[in-house]
Design a protein around this ligand. Structure first.
Ligand SMILES: Cc1cc2nc3c(=O)[nH]c(=O)nc-3n(C[C@H](O)[C@H](O)[C@H](O)COP(=O)(O)OP(=O)(O)OC[C@H]3O[C@@H](n4cnc5c(N)ncnc54)[C@H](O)[C@@H]3O)c2cc1C
Length: 494
């Protein structure tokens, strides 16, 4: 980073050294790449070590940036949050652990955005998700039913779309769901961040919030450049798993009924060069034999079934995403176990398909997920916990910041309150990702890509508004927030 730029944004390296020397608090050594390593953090210095714990010495950490808003996690939630905050005038920093943006929607190989219309074919999800699809569309990198067909109950049309993708027609009408390109999305997201002026750090793990009592003041992150801090007026946890919550003193829930989809981890991979025409012909003529083969592959430890890509020129790609029961979705030993198992079973599956399933003879594994499929990590306990009862009673909250359509005809619309983004008893912090405050059923039902983009868009807009107006996140003018969201193309009641 150029010194002039560094100087604008927190303590420079020179100041860091000078400051340390003046205060005499910490002697500093230079590590690899000129990285500052406080003596207290050097190997062998000031640590108490027992077989069970070590006591780490206090250390000084360089502030590399001072911002209005810092967002940790660059998945759907974080993208919505960072873009909305920056576009609403906040000086915004985004911290992402991997080398790309998009979270599960790119690195997790999850490339379907379902149910953006309600059961009548009325669009309910727009805002940043719609902008993303429009940009993909301009490159031929999205596929979805024609707008004039949304809501159609014409039997032939419904059949046509059902054959193209099970997501294009649910029940007996056509809806708006999109298949998207993961690689192009990565490129578009970085363009969108740059255009909005978001300072993005990739390859950076957000490790803990900086807390003063119950007030969040910024975030510490680790990378090849060492341990650094971003100070900010509002911290947004968009890690998906609520990684910052335990260190912020926030309450969170983890229990998920084992029968729910979100209780499972998934290992996703794509198989390319599949002759799907040949496969479909075989399936049609030999349904019983294929079912028997699927039973066999499962017995061997492999996976039966897949989804197709639907994108132009990707007609030969299929997506497999076997599910894995687990003890915890944020325990590193469990994550490692499932990665190993997933890769082992991917080979079993592909070997079997190649040998025994017509259409797969010349196929190959083209890609496996760089982000393991996690649906259910921590869920924050917020100022409001959204429950299944709210869904069933169709509660229309005064602070509604998003409407989520549901393919389920019984509960077709869910309204999301702003309060489900605010961690109880913690100030200056929002949670904008699948860790939003909800019971396990609601989280299982409304934990999709576009839902998280919506929550992020609301959180980023609210954070900027709170800073601009000098009003606490809990006390902002909800009418003004809703008006800003509508201006950004978000669909809200009324
Ligand atoms: C197998 C599977 C299939 C799915 N199918 C669909 C589907 O078809 N359609 C759909 O809409 N949804 C689907 N989902 C759900 C969808 O993927 C999620 O709802 C969505 O990705 C959640 O977005 P998020 O931003 O909350 O979390 P994530 O997508 O997990 O993004 C979190 C981001 O934060 C980063 N991060 C995490 N921790 C840290 C840290 N400590 N420091 C820095 N960065 C960090 C991650 O690298 C990631 O980029 C599926 C999920 C799975 C697992």
């Amino acid at each position: 980073m150029a010194l002039s730029e560094e100087a604008k944004n927190g303590m420079t390296r020179r100041e860091f050294f000078k400051n340390s020397a003046i205060k005499g608090t910490t002697a500093v050594a230079l590590g690899a790449g000129g990285m500052a390593i406080p003596v207290s953090a050097q190997p062998g210095k000031s640590k108490q070590i027992s077989a069970k714990t070590i006591t780490e010495a206090a250390r000084q950490t360089r502030v590399c940036r001072t911002a209005d808003v810092v967002v940790v996690g660059g998945g759907p939630g974080g993208i919505g949050a960072a873009l909305a905050a920056a576009r609403s005038g906040a000086n915004t920093v985004l911290i992402e652990r991997y080398e790309h943006l998009g979270g599960m929607g790119t690195g997790g190989l999850v490339t379907i955005i379902p149910s953006m219309t309600d059961i009548h074919g009325k669009q309910q999800i727009a805002g940043i998700t719609q902008e993303w699809i429009k940009r993909l569309d301009a490159r031929g990198a999205a596929d979805y039913p024609k707008k004039e067909h949304w809501g159609s109950r014409d039997k032939k049309l419904v059949e046509y779309y059902k054959n193209r993708s099970p997501f294009y027609a649910t029940g007996n009408s056509v809806g708006y769901s999109a298949h998207i390109d993961a690689e192009i999305s990565k490129c578009l997201f970085q363009d969108m961040m740059k255009e909005a002026g978001v300072k993005t750090y990739l390859h950076s793990w957000g490790t803990e919030p900086i807390m003063e009592g119950n007030k969040a003041k910024g975030v510490i992150f680790e990378s090849k450049s060492g341990r650094q801090a971003v100070l900010a007026k509002v911290v947004i946890d968009s890690t998906g798993d609520g990684d910052l919550l335990p260190y912020a003193g926030a309450r969170f829930e983890t229990h998920i009924d084992k029968t729910l989809r979100s209780a499972n981890l998934s290992f996703s991979y794509w198989i390319d060069n599949v002759n799907l025409k040949r496969y479909e012909e075989y399936k049609k003529a030999n349904a019983g034999a294929l079912a028997e083969k699927m039973r066999e592959v499962r017995k061997l430890g492999g996976t039966a079934g897949f989804l197709t890509s639907n994108l132009r020129n990707q007609e030969n790609v299929v997506w497999c995403f076997p599910r894995y029961a687990n003890k915890s979705q944020y325990d590193v030993e469990e994550l490692t176990r499932v990665e190993f198992l997933g890769r082992k079973e991917m080979l079993i599956t592909h070997d079997f398909y190649k040998k025994h399933v017509p259409g797969f003879e010349k196929s190959f594994i083209v890609l496996s997920n760089s982000q393991l499929g996690t649906r259910g990590g921590r869920r924050v306990v917020g100022d409001y916990v959204v429950t299944e009862k709210d869904m069933k009673t169709k509660t229309l909250f005064k602070d509604t910041i998003a409407i989520f359509p549901n393919a389920d005809g019984k509960n077709p619309l869910m309204y999301m309150p702003y309060r489900c983004l605010i961690p109880r008893n913690v100030n200056n912090m929002l949670v904008a990702c699948r860790a939003f405050s909800s019971d396990a059923v609601i989280n299982d039902t409304f934990n999709l890509i576009h839902h998280c983009v919506c929550l992020g868009q609301a959180a980023g807009t609210a954070a900027a508004q709170s800073i601009r107006s000098g009003v606490d996140l809990r006390k902002i003018d909800i009418g003004a927030l809703q008006a800003s969201l509508k201006k950004q193309g978000v669909i809200l009641p009324g």
